[in-house]
Design a protein around this ligand. Structure first.
Ligand code: 5GP
Length: 110
């Protein structure tokens, strides 16, 4: 099981802010902004570059959920990030979108 599957299965506790049949969203344990939430598809896709045509619907759904959750949490401006691969900072190989907001965000990111 991936770490995030354990959260989905309630084997590891998390501060869950949204859940539906295809996704779960919970607060990051090591927040990089005042609001830092992860949107995770329940179906395991290890990385963005391992996604295929059959994943289009769930990927699109994750994007819609990210927008919905950000609004639900009162964010107007925010960033949605996918880290793909170790050099990009990916540490959990179960695809997820980071929602970062609640402070001014620099660009380009580090
Ligand atoms: P990545 O580095 O793969 O893009 O993002 C993984 C994220 O998962 C990191 O921001 C990290 O802080 C978060 N994370 C790692 N372990 C846990 C955990 O047990 N609970 C929660 N809520 N977040 C976690």
């Amino acid at each position: 099981m991936t770490l995030f599957e354990k959260i989905i299965a309630r084997k590891i506790p998390a501060d869950i802010v949204y859940e539906d049949d295809r996704t779960i969203a919970f607060r990051d344990v090591n927040p990089q902004a005042p609001t830092h939430v992860l949107v995770v598809p329940k179906q395991v896709i290890p990385r963005l570059d391992t996604a295929g045509e059959g994943d289009v619907a769930v990927l699109g759904h994750c994007m819609l959920v990210a927008g919905k959750v950000a609004t639900q949490l009162g964010l107007g401006s925010y960033r949605v990030v996918i880290n793909n691969g170790e050099d990009a900072g990916q540490t959990v190989f179960h695809l997820h979108l980071h929602i970062l907001g609640g402070r001014k965000l620099g660009w380009p990111p580090g």
